[in-house]
Design a protein around this ligand. Structure first.
Ligand SMILES: NC(=O)c1ccc[n+]([C@@H]2O[C@H](COP(=O)([O-])OP(=O)(O)OC[C@H]3O[C@@H](n4cnc5c(N)ncnc54)[C@H](OP(=O)(O)O)[C@@H]3O)[C@@H](O)[C@H]2O)c1
Length: 280
């Protein structure tokens, strides 16, 4: 029997960590794409305790750096012939203007450009698997603002709009995958996991301010165990969630600019040009 392989970005904290712990018994092998190898190794020990049979590989991947994304995809392609399920989960929030090493606004680089490139590099392996599944952890934050040019290097920084646009990008990525690959059997889902009490955004402000803000918002957040359920459901029920937006597990319509086809086309075409790619 062919080994079933799950690949996940951002498994070392929050929703990704919660999801991979639940899914540790559903796959034969997991590829943990981490920027921090120490955290990856600690997670590996925990997962081995949950399932001693699970094969676990840690792949160094910093999604904010295009060269790191290419290198990790190369490492994976050299070692594995297929990936059954790819979960694009990693993401971050920055409250101040920051640039990636490649000169892009950091949230757009980490939350969208890196995952787009990774998906492009790995999709041949996904299409070689029996399962053919991609889950994109997007966010209801896509509603915050429509896409605006210049897409990747905005002249004015706004933390809220910048985060929202990077997550709108992930929603467009999921829609694009569905449009171009579903007829060949790919099942893609974009997931909004709800408001989940994780580490997101905490390292972007001082620890005391981060803790204060999160304490204020705490009544609105759900636990990681609760918050990762929509990601796990999407993985476990690929046909139910194929080609849809899952809002905390409920299939939901995509509103406003989230379903603007022309805007998506412009943005995806600009992405392909920026990354020197001919197609997703
Ligand atoms: N929490 C929410 O309320 C919420 C709501 C809607 C959507 N989301 C989305 O859920 C996803 C997971 O976020 P979370 O809330 O679980 O946050 P989190 O606890 O901060 O976890 C984020 C994960 O992404 C990884 N990551 C961050 N920057 C990276 C980079 N440059 N390269 C590679 N990995 C990187 C982190 O690695 P380290 O462990 O090394 O930091 C961590 O494993 C994100 O896409 C986020 O936008 C979250």
């Amino acid at each position: 029997m062919t080994e079933s392989i799950l690949a996940i970005t951002g498994p070392t904290s929050g929703i990704g960590r919660g999801a991979v712990k639940v899914l540790a018994t559903s796959f034969d092998r997991v590829l943990l794409l981490c920027r921090n190898l120490e955290k990856g190794n600690r997670l590996k020990e925990e997962l081995s305790e949950l399932n001693a049979e699970l094969n676990i590989d840690i792949i160094k991947c910093d999604l904010s750096e295009l060269s790191s994304v290419r290198e990790s995809a190369r490492t994976i392609r050299d070692q594995f012939g297929h990936i059954d399920c790819l979960i694009n989960n990693a993401g971050m929030v920055s409250v101040s203007k920051q640039e990636s090493i490649d000169g892009y606004e950091l949230m757009m680089a980490t939350n969208y450009l890196g995952p787009f490139l990774l998906t492009h590099e790995l999709i041949p392996l996904v299409m070689k698997s029996d399962r053919k599944q991609i889950v994109v952890v997007s966010s209801g934050a896509y509603k915050f603002a429509p896409m605006k040019k210049p897409f990747f290097k905005p002249t004015r920084f706004s933390a809220i709009k910048g985060y929202g646009r990077s997550k709108l990008g992930t929603l467009y990525l999921a829609q694009e995958l569905h449009e171009f690959y579903s007829h060949r059997g790919l099942r893609t889902t974009a997931v909004h996991p709800g408001m989940v009490s994780t580490n997101i955004g905490k390292d972007s402000v001082s620890k005391s301010l981060g803790d204060f803000v999160f304490k204020l918002l705490d009544p609105f957040f759900v636990s990681i165990e609760e918050g990762c359920k929509s990601v796990v459901s999407a993985v476990e029920q690929p046909d139910k969630y194929a080609g849809v937006y899952s809002d905390e597990g409920k299939v939901a319509p995509v509103r406003k600019h989230g379903s603007d086809f022309k805007m998506r086309r412009d943005f995806i075409d600009a992405t392909l040009k920026e990354l020197n790619l001919n197609a997703l």
